[in-house]
Design a binder for this molecule. Structure first.
Ligand code: PHE
Length: 449
């Protein structure tokens, strides 16, 4: 039977859940990563393939994660354990949830370092450092940041303290309150920036870049990138969505909430592209700059247009809010798990998780400077954490969750929990989660190995 209460609290309404989960989904992935991978992979066709991956792989898994969370009303690690006991699955399954939680925790530790870069860029942009800046200077500015462990340390610490302050407040007074505050500001900023970009003469060029399909630009590697990103952008495979699902009110429909979350997330990614590319095209820069798009290309472009300074500050504030609402969902699964497992209070648990993530993050930020030479498998600590989590742990945990829900959890449990009004929808979902999702993620996983 579905429980109605969780020890951690319940969202006030279905909409709070939708916005909290959207806050998790909308992050650096949407604003930093999506535009640059779309840029590197030729634009239009990549976007189309990405949308297909979202619908066929991301969405079904999103539904599955929310369902597990809400059914068990516990932290992800314990939720999967509870459900595997309820369905008498083999003891192996009891440990699957922990994989995602550890992955989420590791991601938090370096996500916070990148979020720190964004905070730094709010200050340098507001001080006018980008005005009339050239490509070389912008590159130097970014490299100077990476070369300074003190600056990185400062921003990384500040960001994690913010995350901790929210998570320590609890589901209702921390996460829900932050969602109610952050999400409206985020959407408002997004719309203001979109307004500016629609008015820019290069808007048409950006639009064509993202939405005109030139099949010759499609590559299989691009397809895999799209698939992997569909997964990351919806915060799947690390318990974030499962943890939020545990606090979802009982009567709310999981299917329609999941569709809403995926739609909002996609909308933000596309709008981010429509904000970034007109600026880039207006200053005749190239869209395929890779990870430096946001920290090098965009600053140069901003420095050349009128009002660039204020737009830039708004833009980097937008990104940092998006990163913050994602980071809290990365911390929550581990905190909830410690509370359940060790019987300690939320403040203590948040402090412990934060300290640990802080320490690992210090290793990650030092890999750009003092620990540059420390390499494992040819990767520095930052890249190793990224590779390990995004390329190995997440797909693995995603496949396991799909197989668990599709093949181990009794079908009637899913039918009962999802309560689709149209049974055909259930059948489609069930087919996707049993066959399509494991196969698709299996391919990414194999490729990454
Ligand atoms: N979905 C977030 C993004 O696109 C990243 C994230 C992954 C956040 C997992 C939380 C959990 O940036």
């Amino acid at each position: 039977m579905t429980k109605t209460e969780s020890v951690h609290g319940i969202w006030a309404s279905r909409w709070v859940f939708i916005f909290a989960a959207t806050g998790s989904a909308v992050g650096l992935g949407n604003i930093w990563k999506f535009p640059y991978i779309a840029g590197e992979n030729g634009g239009g066709v990549f976007v189309l393939v990405y949308l297909a991956c979202l619908a066929l792989v991301g969405l079904p898994l999103l539904v599955a994660e929310v369902m597990i969370g809400r059914r068990a009303r516990q932290s992800p690690a314990n939720a999967i354990r509870a459900l595997s006991i309820e369905t008498a699955a083999s003891p192996f399954w009891r440990h699957v949830g922990a994989l995602g939680v550890v992955a989420g925790f590791l991601i938090l530790s370096f996500y916070s370092v990148v979020a720190g870069w964004v905070l730094h860029y709010i200050t340098v942009t507001s001080q006018g450092a980008l005005v009339d800046i050239g490509q070389d200077q912008a590159t130097r500015l970014f490299n100077q940041l990476l070369a300074s462990p003190q600056t990185l340390f400062l921003w990384h610490s500040l960001f994690l303290i913010l995350v901790m302050a929210i998570v320590a407040g609890g589901v209702v007074h921390g996460l829900e309150r932050a969602t109610r505050l952050l999400m409206p500001v985020l959407f408002a900023l997004l719309l203001v920036l979109l307004g500016f970009s629609v008015a820019s003469p290069s808007f048409g060029q950006a639009w064509n870049f993202l939405f005109v399909f030139d099949w010759s630009s499609f590559t299989w590697q691009g397809g895999l990138t799209a698939l992997g990103h569909a997964f990351f952008t919806l915060s799947l495979g690390m318990g974030a969505i499962m943890a939020y699902g545990a606090y979802m009110p009982n009567k709310a429909s999981i299917g329609s909430a999941a569709v809403m979350i995926a739609l909002l997330d996609t909308l933000v990614a596309l709008i981010a592209g429509l904000i970034i590319f007109p600026v880039v095209f207006a200053s005749q820069m190239s869209p395929d700059a890779g990870p430096g798009l946001m920290f090098i290309t965009l600053p140069v472009a901003l420095g050349q247009i009128p009002g660039g300074q204020i737009l830039g500050v708004m833009f980097f504030i937008l990104v940092s809010l998006a990163a913050l609402s994602s980071a809290i969902s990365l911390m929550e699964p581990a905190v909830a798990w410690m509370i359940e497992r060790m019987g300690i209070g939320r403040i203590k648990a948040s402090l412990m998780v934060t300290s640990l993530a802080w320490l690992v993050g210090i290793g990650a930020l030092a890999s750009f400077n003092v620990l540059n030479d420390l390499q494992l498998f040819g990767l520095n600590i930052f890249n190793l954490l990224d590779f390990l989590t995004a390329n190995l742990m997440l797909p693995l945990s995603g496949v396991l969750v799909a197989v668990f829900v599709g093949w181990k959890v009794h079908r009637y449990i899913s039918e009962d929990e999802l309560a689709f009004s149209n049974h055909r929808l259930f059948k489609v979902w069930y087919l996707l989660i049993r066959f399509v999702v494991p196969a698709a993620i299996g391919v990414i996983f194999y490729q990454n190995l």
